[in-house]
Write a protein that binds this ligand. Structure first.
Ligand code: FES
Length: 106
């Protein structure tokens, strides 16, 4: 649902399991939502390293670890952890939750 300003409704907050990455197709973008408590992060569905699906990844603290080569990305910045700069920068999307609905800005 296009909401103006590029914002789109994706799902309900209650549909996201805590710390379980979940992939969504929103318009032409494939993205992964990660809920950590009441906060939600939206990132590219593909690892910037070799494009593996990050929905297979594991949430470690406030980071997401790719299942294939193990790079760990900070969910707030998209940066790989120190020493893993080879993995590249994970693209992030702005997220907001309104009336229990998770919205992302494409
Ligand atoms: S594909 Fe994700 S770390 Fe290599």
């Amino acid at each position: 649902v296009e909401l103006g300003g590029g914002w789109r409704a994706v799902c309900r907050l209650e549909d996201l399991r805590d710390r379980v990455p979940q992939q969504f197709q929103v318009a032409s973008d494939a993205l992964v939502l990660v809920r950590v408590g009441e906060r939600v992060h939206a990132v590219s569905a593909s690892c910037p390293h070799k494009y593996s699906p990050l929905s297979d990844g594991a949430v470690v603290g406030y980071s997401l670890q790719c299942a294939v080569h193990g790079a760990i990305f900070d969910l707030a910045t998209g940066r790989p952890q120190a020493g893993e700069e080879w993995a590249g920068l994970l693209p992030l999307y702005p997220v907001r939750v309104r009336d229990g609905v998770v919205e992302v800005q494409l």
